[in-house]
Design a protein around this ligand. Structure first.
Ligand code: ZN
Length: 512
């Protein structure tokens, strides 16, 4: 009888995985209609044929049949889209996905930035910032490897390097392999003999080429020793991706919300969220527990969702990252999101660019809404002028919703936020930002400087400073309209067009 000792119970559509079929010899046939076969190989050591398959784009429950000497074995794989996986459902007595609040759809609750008073990094990693800032979307997207590839801590703690052996350990204990992660290439070089492993190229979906192939589950030498080149590289690549998120966040916090750099950070966060949401529903591809040494998998990764207590089984399991890395990873993601949020909440361009990677985003996470009191008969297409005694900027109304007899919630065409900056110096009522707020200084007159409270900006100008070409913005606030307490150098502020309580002038369209 042939056997299929492992298969993914659930997998995303369009993802690659390794399916083992075991039998006494290689006279095996596999019927896997709709799955694309990328490669296949017979492994004498495991008396198994490995199939490298790509799941169908179309969701469904697919049956795969292995045949050997007239006998068959079949298994079922559930192929799902990310949107399907996000729907609350139960399996084996537990609620999935494991994302809070459990059993409910996600509702964004963020209404303002909350983490910008956290200390900033003193020294920026300019090289890392430059690399991540300059990559096109498809490169950024591909830097976080798909979760189906396993991860591990140690390549090999016993034999060392397949070529020079334990001499490699004099370089860096159990983490001796040298790697470049920008971009991800899944290659490891021995610091002692300069050999490079593995011989295949996982980036190009090459799972089997050469004498030292590692399909993700390790290269085995003639004696059966395992070397986890790909799995440990994968772990390190996820750390490099984290470092990229940190680098872009640091650079945005040190200067201003450069739109393109903020979008790159936003795209990286969306990529990360995709994989995390996946693992919230499909724990089989989580990192799992640390092994003290290199160990082979039992054909594939265990499905903790199938254990008798699946929730307890997830204890101390990581997700994309190893469990003990999770707290500081979450801190980075939260700070990155908080930093990019003023743009992400309203940016339709990022939504368009993310859709190119198959994400079914409806629109920016949040749109620009205000609640206004006392207006009658207001509708989409009308214009309003806010803060009419100050800057008097005109906004187009995208949508109007009546909340009560006197209050409407209006969705406006653009955000109120003109820029964010760090206060460098304060003298009397003059505030120096040390760099340019990306708006014409005339546009800032009559706007508001906002932290927890606000002050009216009466004047603003941009001036050149040394070195030439660098422009800095200085503003003057109205001492009679200043509710800001404790504004001091180092404080982060926003320049906004309006604040709660500002008057709104309604310019109704002539309706026929
Ligand atoms: Zn070596």
């Amino acid at each position: 009888m042939p056997s299929i000792p492992w298969r993914p119970r659930v997998i995303l559509s369009g993802r690659n995985f390794r399916l083992p079929v075991q039998a006494t010899d290689d006279n095996i046939a596999l019927t896997a209609d709709q799955f694309e076969t990328i490669a296949t190989r017979w492994c004498e050591r495991d008396t198994a044929r490995y199939y490298y398959l790509r799941s169908p784009q179309k969701q469904g429950d697919y049956t795969l049949i292995a045949t050997h000497s007239g006998n068959t074995e079949e298994t079922t794989i559930q192929v799902r889209t990310l949107d399907d996986m996000r729907q609350p459902h139960t399996h084996n007595g537990a609620q999935w996905p494991r994302r809070w609040p459990l059993g409910q759809n996600y509702q964004p609750t963020k209404t303002r930035q909350t983490l910008q008073n956290d200390p900033r990094t003193e020294r920026l990693n300019e090289e890392t910032i430059a690399w991540w800032s300059s990559q096109p979307d498809h490169v950024l997207w591909s830097q976080l490897p798909p979760a189906e590839l396993p991860k591990a801590h140690f390549a090999n703690c016993h034999q060392g390097c397949p070529n020079c052996g334990t001499a490699i350990f004099k370089y860096s204990g159990f983490y001796p392999w040298e790697r470049n992660h920008l971009p991800c290439d899944f290659k490891s070089q021995c610091p002692n003999c300069a050999s490079i492993y593995p011989s295949n190229n996982l980036i190009k979906e090459d799972y089997i080429s050469g004498e030292y192939a590692d399909d993700g589950y390790g290269y085995f030498d003639a004696e059966g020793h395992i070397y986890l080149f790909a799995a440990t590289y994968h772990r390190d690549q996820c750390r490099a991706y984290h470092a990229g998120i940190n680098a872009l966040t640091d650079s945005l916090r040190a200067t201003y919300l450069d739109e393109e750099r903020t979008r790159k950070l936003g795209l990286m966060l969306l990529r990360y969220a995709t994989e995390e949401l996946y693992l919230a529903a499909v724990p089989q591809f989580r990192y799992g527990p640390s092994k003290g040494v290199e160990e082979p998998w039992d054909w594939g990764q265990p499905d903790w969702a199938e254990e008798s207590d699946p929730v307890a089984a997830l204890s101390r399991k990581g997700t994309i990252r190893y469990s003990i890395d999770t707290p500081y990873l979450i801190e980075s993601l939260a700070l990155a999101y908080d930093t990019a949020w003023p743009l992400l909440r309203e940016d339709t361009e990022l939504v368009e660019r993310a859709r190119a990677f198959g994400l079914s985003l409806q629109g920016p996470e949040d749109t620009c809404t205000i609640d206004v009191e006392g207006l009658q008969d207001i509708a989409a297409g009308d214009r309003i002028t806010i803060n009419s005694n100050g800057r008097a900027h005109s906004y187009r109304i995208e949508a109007a919703e009546q909340l009560s007899a006197h209050i409407h919630r209006l969705t406006l065409d653009i955000t109120s936020i003109l820029g964010r900056a760090k206060v460098v110096a304060i003298e009397d009522n003059k505030i120096d930002f040390g760099f340019q707020i990306p708006a014409k200084s005339g546009n800032l007159h009559g706007t508001r400087l906002q932290t927890d409270d606000w002050a009216v900006i009466t004047n603003a100008h941009n001036s050149s400073t040394w070195p030439p070409g660098k422009i800095r913005t200085t503003i003057t606030i109205d001492p009679n309209n200043n509710k800001l307490q404790n504004l001091s150098p180092g404080t982060w502020v926003q320049v906004v067009d309006y604040v709660i309580g500002d008057p709104v002038l309604f310019e109704p369209l002539c309706r026929g």
